[in-house]
Design a protein around this ligand. Structure first.
Ligand code: ADP
Ligand code: ZN
Length: 531
């Protein structure tokens, strides 16, 4: 491909200066833009904040006709269009929030060739009326934003994205550019196949976010830990706190507010007006904390988010990476902080088992969770592990800006401890035909005569009290790591512990079980030293 600084290149650069007021392209923007301006298809994998928008906005401005942007983020279209109009770009959108007249005005402008960019929700393209409208106008480029939504295995799957393969058939001469911040090989392949982009050129940016410090701490009292983290390291900073449930979102927001931190909740159970109000406060105000479910954040462009905190375990590394990626878009030091504990593992495993989907779906979900757990339990550089997951190389010596690099965790030989846990599970099952959850196992190991231990005569078991060398928190840590390593499994709605195929090799002393030592207290505060 010969794309020197020809006319396409200089026109693109001129547009960057004149319309957007920027001096230079970033990363691969220029190569991508020149390729699309010249009529080529492209698949662009670039992390959040990397500057994907310009990759289709500039081709739309340089090529004759209207650039059609497919985006699932209806709630943001008005903002995006307003921002473009403020720059003098003739942008518009068509979606379900408009009334008939507003839509007619947009359609007329499109047909008259008076729009540079037209944003559409994917479900619009199922309507013949929309396809008919598009056929009657002139289209410069199709941009498929958040293209990972086409992936059936991803957490953002939108069935309407599958229909986007028709764009290439109906408009073979219009270049298409698919963009996403999700970078696993599997998603990458699915985008290329399902959107029918076999000849597209692929642009894969580095997914490293060096200014984000990754930290994962053992969960004890998560809200208190969060409060200490915010007070010590991020007083007055804007940030996002992710929780799994709406209820936990509400309670955490109340807790922070009661402790003098400006925080608002955001989840799908709130009415649209409240959600919109909280979102716009977050974008406009300094130092507001949004406590949210994963419903919050996609497409939000706030450069100075200083931290993203997770009080619950994300379901996959893709989700974790996207959510933490909302921190530090301005390049300044930021923290991705997560509290993670035994209950997270049990809860997520239970969710997968009791959740919807067929066997294959469950296996995929379990594989995603396993990768996430491996990241949590690793004694190696977290950034290295993240990048490796996305198929990218990292500095073998470690990044120097994650908790495991800053405070290398100690490991210990947990073989005997693992055998104690597993024998307790075996004894209960073989001798009593019983299955119990982690709490009962720990009580038995510690030799605690709780009401439930007495009720089931568990103080008569030969394993009763064999674990007094460790404390309760340490035993929970051992069980958590055994679950994470697949040496123990969770079953049923009560989350009872059962053996796996791999458990036998530990019981037979055929393998060792190295475990990570639980830090006595959370990692020291160092986020400000980054950068
Ligand atoms: P993404 O969609 O990849 O998350 P955006 O397109 O929203 O990223 O860009 C992130 C931020 O970077 C925006 O504020 C954007 O204006 C800015 N930006 C993008 N490209 C450039 C550039 N070449 N020079 C300066 N700022 C840029
Ligand atoms: Zn590191």
């Amino acid at each position: 491909v010969t794309e020197g600084p020809g006319t396409a290149g200089s026109e693109a650069l001129a547009t960057l200066h004149r319309v957007f007021g920027y001096d230079a392209f970033r990363g691969e923007q220029q190569a991508i833009i020149e390729h699309v301006v010249a009529g080529g298809d492209a698949v662009v994998l670039m992390p959040t904040g990397g500057g994907k928008s310009l990759c289709y906005q500039i081709p739309a401005l340089v090529r004759p006709g209207t650039g059609v942007v497919i985006s699932p983020l209806i709630a943001l279209m008005q903002d995006q269009v307003d921002a473009l109009r403020a720059l003098g770009v003739r942008a518009g959108f068509i979606n379900s929030t408009q009334d008939f007249d507003e839509r007619r005005v947009m359609e007329a402008e499109f047909l008259a060739g008076e729009l540079d960019l037209l944003y559409l929700a994917p479900e619009r393209l199922r309507l013949d009326a929309t396809l008919d409208l598009l056929s009657r106008g002139k289209i410069s480029v199709f941009a498929i934003d958040e293209a990972h939504c086409v992936s059936q295995w991803g957490h953002d799957f939108r069935p309407d994205y599958l229909a986007l393969s028709l764009l290439g058939e109906r408009w073979p001469d219009v270049p298409r550019i698919a963009l996403t911040a999700t970078a696993t090989r599997a998603t990458h392949q699915e985008i290329t196949q399902r959107l029918h982009l076999p000849t597209a050129r692929h642009f894969v940016a580095s997914f490293d976010r060096p200014n984000i410090q990754y930290r994962i701490v053992p969960k004890a009292d998560p809200r208190k830990q969060l409060l200490a983290f915010l007070r010590e390291e991020h007083a007055g900073d804007a940030g996002i706190v992710y929780c799994l449930s709406r209820n936990s979102v509400e309670r955490t927001a109340e807790f922070l507010t009661a402790n003098g931190i400006a925080a608002v909740p955001y989840h799908a159970g709130l009415d649209a007006a409240t959600r919109a109000a909280h979102q716009s406060r977050f974008l406009r105000e300094d130092g507001l904390v949004v406590v949210a479910t994963i419903a919050f954040g996609m497409g939000i462009d706030k450069p100075d988010v200083r931290f993203v905190a997770h009080l619950d375990l994300p379901k996959s590394i893709e989700g974790y990476y996207q959510e933490t990626g909302r921190a530090g878009r301005d390049g300044l030091p930021s923290t991705a902080w997560m509290a993670y504990g035994l209950n997270d593992v049990i809860q997520q495993r239970k969710l997968i088992q009791s959740g919807e989907g067929d066997e294959a779906f469950r296996r995929r979900a379990a594989a995603h969770l396993d990768a996430m757990l491996a990241l949590c339990e690793t004694a190696q550089c977290r950034r290295g592990q993240l990048l490796a997951y996305f198929g990218q190389d990292a500095d073998a010596a470690g990044c120097g800006n994650c908790d495991t690099c800053l405070t290398p965790p100690e490991t210990w030989d947990g073989t005997i401890a693992a055998q104690k846990v597993l024998s307790t599970v075996v004894r209960l099952q073989r001798e009593r035909g019983q299955k119990f959850g982690a709490m009962q196992i720990v009580d038995i190991l510690l030799g605690k005569r709780t009401a439930k231990v007495i009720q089931f005569d568990h103080d008569q078991l030969s394993v009763f009290g064999i674990g007094q060398d460790l404390g309760e928190g340490e035993w929970r840590g051992v069980i958590r790591q055994l679950l994470a390593q697949g040496l123990l499994a969770v079953e049923g709605e009560y989350g009872t512990l059962v053996l796996t195929e791999a458990s036998g090799s530990v019981l037979r002393r055929e393998r060792e079980v190295p475990l990570r030592k639980e830090p006595k207290k959370p990692t020291a505060s160092r986020s400000r030293s980054a950068g």
